[in-house]
Design a protein around this ligand. Structure first.
Ligand code: UFG
Length: 343
């Protein structure tokens, strides 16, 4: 099948491309490389031994996108492209409405123009805001607590709310929990161009001694040890969930169109201290940390009910926290070696 992956050079997109190529799909990537690098494309090709059709196009470039859709007939689109920092979205909300909402609307419009009706959209567990209880299932209320979350909700709403416009489209909205880990080769990982504010990229900076210590944002939450609890999922498991979603889109016997929202996580919650402890043990590294005030906007705990995704996609996460910590550090070490070699 011909699959278009937007944002395919990014953290999750690049891992997904590997799995799509391994499954025998023909993969086209559009990415403006604003928060990723062309190295990821070369490394996908190195890992798989297969060629990617890569186009450096911004989704907001209507003419460029039109030329692309004219040149090739896609069977499905997996839409990752977008900005992804919660804190940045608070400072620059317009950027998020533009890059995440407006660009998605343009993509949907062009898909409609060229009669492409299969779509997987990268949503996020952040759409649930502060949940009233855990585990979180797909029927929990949606609450946008920051512009990033609102941007995801808007696209979801558009796809669901305007469904009468696309009655025969087959759409899956994947609400990711906290993706970490890296490709087992050490060639692909989370490589933000800016200063990281997520937990694992920051732990990696401390492990590599680029930062002296980790700040733990609060230890007075009502959780097992007082620190925030999240459902961390290995990026390879998350990529598998996309391939399973694609198989569902392309082969489900649901007769009419559909738009399903699915939570993608492991169903287990780990605290910040548990992550530090596991990372230290599995990698034999010391991670100094200091407890500081809570980070504004953080929730205390979040992990998913996996029942619906397991039932619908016949998928479940396979890798555990040891794998996530081990592969993240392996990736960071490879990155350090590459940078040293380049300089
Ligand atoms: N944390 C620290 N110190 C840090 C960074 C994070 O203690 O330096 C803590 C946070 O307080 C939180 C946990 O580690 O308890 C995880 O924080 P992350 O920033 O890694 O992740 P969030 O859960 O805040 O948000 C992430 C993504 C969102 C996404 C969401 C989905 O940033 O884009 O997961 O649940 F929507």
């Amino acid at each position: 099948m011909n699959i278009l992956v937007t944002g395919g050079a990014g953290f999750i997109g690049s891992h997904c491309c590997v799995q799509l190529l391994d499954e025998g799909h023909d993969v086209t990537v559009v990415d403006n490389l604003s928060n990723s690098s062309i190295e990821a494309i070369y490394n996908i090709e190195l890992i798989t031994g297969k060629k990617i059709n890569f186009f450096e196009i911004d989704l907001l470039d209507e003419e460029g996108m039109n030329n692309l859709f004219q040149s090739k007939k896609f069977d499905a689109v997996i839409h990752f492209a977008g900005s992804k920092s919660v804190s940045e979205s608070v400072d620059f909300p317009l950027k998020y409405y533009f890059n995440n909402v407006y660009s998605s609307i343009l993509l949907i419009r062009i898909m409609a123009k060229y009669d492409i009706k299969n779509l997987i959209f990268s949503s996020s567990a952040t759409v649930y805001g502060e949940p009233s209880s855990v585990p979180i299932n797909e029927s929990f209320p949606i609450k946008g607590m920051n512009p990033y979350a609102i941007s995801k909700i808007k696209v979801e709403e558009h796809l669901r709310g305007n469904f009468h416009e696309y009655p025969d489209w087959r759409i899956i909205l994947l609400r990711y929990f906290n993706p970490i880990g890296a490709h087992k080769s050490g060639l692909l990982g989370d490589n933000p161009n800016d200063k990281p504010n997520n937990l694992m990229p920051f732990i990696l900076k401390v492990a590599s001694m680029e930062e002296e210590y980790l700040e733990v944002f609060g230890n007075d939450y009502e959780t097992k040890d007082g620190t925030g609890v999240r459902d961390y999922i290995h990026v390879s498991d998350l990529s598998d969930a996309h391939v399973s979603s694609l198989n569902y889109l392309l082969s489900s016997d649901e007769k009419s169109g559909f738009c399903h929202a699915l939570n993608i996580g492991t169903g287990r919650g780990y605290s910040v201290l548990e992550i530090i402890e596991t990372f230290e043990k599995i990698n034999n590294k010391n991670i100094p940390y200091k407890v500081v005030d809570r980070r504004p906007g953080d929730i205390s705990q979040s992990f998913t009910d996996t029942e619906l995704s397991q039932r619908m996609l016949k998928w479940s996460a396979k890798k555990d926290l040891n794998d996530m910590c081990k592969d993240s550090w392996k990736w960071k070490q490879s990155e350090m070696k590459r940078k040293k070699y380049e300089s």
